[in-house]
Design a protein around this ligand. Structure first.
Ligand code: F1P
Length: 356
């Protein structure tokens, strides 16, 4: 791989360190008393409310969907600003809710204030999830899990996002008695580790061969949070215009924008494999340039994708969320470099949003 600004960046080295960071996270939380304390704190609670901002909100969205699919309990993700500005709309049944506040920095003002509102004003038990310790978030929450090993120099979240997601999936699996899930995550990380460098080289070549006006990310179920983060990564790192939709929703209007300069990235679930692959083929037929991310492809997907990433791991669907995000992170990074931008310091962006 020849050298360019992206390749000497913190963002790329931290991005490529993800499989190792996931393995370290799994080892650290293999048997953890804090998990038991959290599940004890939440035992009579019927709903999990995930609260965050920015990338952490999309992490919370994927975590909430994983939570419901794994535990059967109601779970949802909402922006911290909604707790502060429209608490009524959040319909917080205090007696039923357990709140999880996610923030890489642990300092984002909206998230810290939301923790205080939920804990003090609504008497809702709060769990902070962060990569920074100590932090104002930990001061505002009843319990806090910190994962400093996943923290990063890069301005945008990469390994912190996927590692905190893996951590929250581990906690859900513990709560649901899914004892097989930690080893499935371990198998996924071991399977993906030898693939990540070749994937980066292929994505760099793909970006050098294509120039796009629009980026669209498509996912269903737990992959919608991943698609949302994919869109944010391309916007944050390369100052490009990107959107996110549920894959089958794309037919209901947005497909008007399809053309060769529209890059459509599909995060193909196992559950909706047939239906989502049909949308991929239909959009390819309309002339879109397509990126397909899946566990195992079929001929239709191979024929309908300009860039294909197949993980090929024998793991349950929820273990696919973290590795599926990596191609989108790389798309953002190499597009940033192609535009002569520095992925380590995106325009107009601060690492933490602190409000007066
Ligand atoms: C949240 C966040 C980041 C975003 C930018 C500003 O930070 O919105 O997701 O990329 O850096 O802050 P945090 O609450 O997760 O620290």
């Amino acid at each position: 791989m020849s050298t360019n600004p992206a390749e000497s960046s913190h963002t790329l080295s931290e991005l490529l360190s993800q499989p190792q960071t996931w393995q370290n996270t799994l080892r650290k939380f293999e048997s953890n008393e804090l998990f038991d304390a959290i599940l004890e704190q939440a035992k009579n609670r019927k709903e999990w409310l995930f609260v965050a901002c920015g990338s952490s909100l999309y992490l919370a969205t994927a975590a909430a969907s994983s939570w419901t699919l794994m535990t059967g309990l109601r779970a949802r993700a909402i922006p911290a600003s909604e707790i502060l500005l429209f608490p009524g709309a959040a319909s917080l049944e205090a007696s039923n809710v357990h709140a999880v506040l996610v923030s890489r920095s642990g300092s984002t003002s909206e998230t810290v204030r939301a923790a205080t509102v939920l804990s003090r004003e609504n008497k809702i038990p709060t769990l902070g999830v962060t990569c920074t310790s100590p932090s104002p978030l930990a001061d505002a929450c009843d319990l806090t899990i910190a994962l400093p090993e996943a923290n990063e120099e890069s301005m945008v979240m990469t390994r912190s996002f996927t590692s905190l997601l893996v951590l929250l999936q581990l906690l859900a699996a513990r709560g649901a008695g899914r004892s097989e899930f930690p080893s499935a995550l371990k198998a996924m990380a071991e399977h993906f580790a030898p693939q990540i460098h070749a994937l980066a080289a292929r994505m760099k070549a793909f970006v050098s061969e294509h120039t796009f006006a629009d980026y669209v990310f498509l996912g269903q179920g737990p992959f919608y949070g991943i698609a949302s983060e994919g869109a944010l990564k391309v916007t944050e790192m390369s100052c490009s215009y990107s959107q996110v939709f549920h894959a089958l929703e794309f037919r209901h209007g947005p497909k008007t924008i399809v053309g060769p300069e529209t890059c459509l990235t599909f995060f193909l679930s196992q559950k909706g494999f047939e239906e989502e692959s049909e949308v991929l083929a239909e959009m390819k037929g309309l002339g879109a340039t397509t990126v397909a991310i899946c566990n195992r492809a079929n001929d239709l997907i191979r024929r309908s994708s300009d860039f294909l990433f197949e993980l090929g791991a024998d793991v349950p669907e929820l273990a696919l969320l973290a590795p599926f995000l990596v191609p989108a992170q790389l798309l953002g990074l190499f597009t940033s470099a192609k535009k002569g931008l520095n992925p380590d310091s995106p325009r107009n962006l601060s690492r933490v949003v602190i409000l007066e």
